[in-house]
Design a protein around this ligand. Structure first.
Ligand SMILES: [Fe+2]
Length: 194
């Protein structure tokens, strides 16, 4: 099951992964142990971006995160198959289609009660970005915003449940208001050539 929301010049695509329960049972424990070994949670974001964030426990661990995805052979289910289906969506608001794509980066986000992530985009890092909701208690609040000189601000908060993958252009602004409950997600950036 998938859903597409088109902004005037952008989009948010969501899809429920069929084998989510199996994927979660395999990779959640590895991500939790990665997080337990991450003794420097808050400054990770600073090291990566040079900006302070009072955001969730966020792991940059690109190589470790990618090796978990490869170890359990889940990158097709979480990233490539949803991306392919998104690109085949006949109403996708996109001006050019990629010829080739690679994974630029991957990390996890752990949100506790009231964790939040201020508005940002992944502009410059990649072409498409994604979020795989691995574990969630409560409602998802991730909100996407398109705002510009010629575009009146519009926002969209997709209905998301565990096992949903969200894919959007990397330059689309998004934020996570204070979380009610908890959430563990895997985020990724995809770099495409055209
Ligand atoms: Fe983000």
């Amino acid at each position: 099951m998938s859903e597409l929301f088109n902004f005037p010049s952008s989009f948010v695509y969501t899809e429920k992964i069929a084998n989510h329960a199996q994927i979660k049972s395999m990779i959640l424990k590895d991500i939790i142990s990665l997080a337990e070994n991450n003794t420097n949670k808050e400054s990770d974001y600073f090291k990566r971006t040079g900006k302070y964030s009072n955001s969730p426990g966020s792991g940059t661990y690109n190589e470790s995160m990618l090796s978990i995805l490869l170890k359990y052979k889940v990158e097709n289910s979480i990233i490539w198959e949803p991306l392919d289906r998104m690109l085949k969506h006949e109403k996708l608001n996109i001006s050019k289609y990629p010829k080739q794509s690679v994974i630029h980066s991957a990390w996890y986000n752990m949100y506790k009660e009231n964790s939040h992530h201020r508005i940002h985009s992944h502009l410059g890092a990649s072409t498409f970005s994604g979020i795989y909701v691995l574990d969630i208690e409560g409602e998802n609040s991730t909100t996407f915003v398109q705002d510009g000189i010629d575009i009146k601000a519009k926002s969209y908060c997709p209905k998301v449940e565990e096992g949903t993958v969200i894919i959007f252009p990397s330059d689309l602004l998004h934020e996570v208001p204070p979380v009610k409950g908890s959430k563990i997600s895997i985020a990724f950036n995809i770099q495409s050539s055209f």
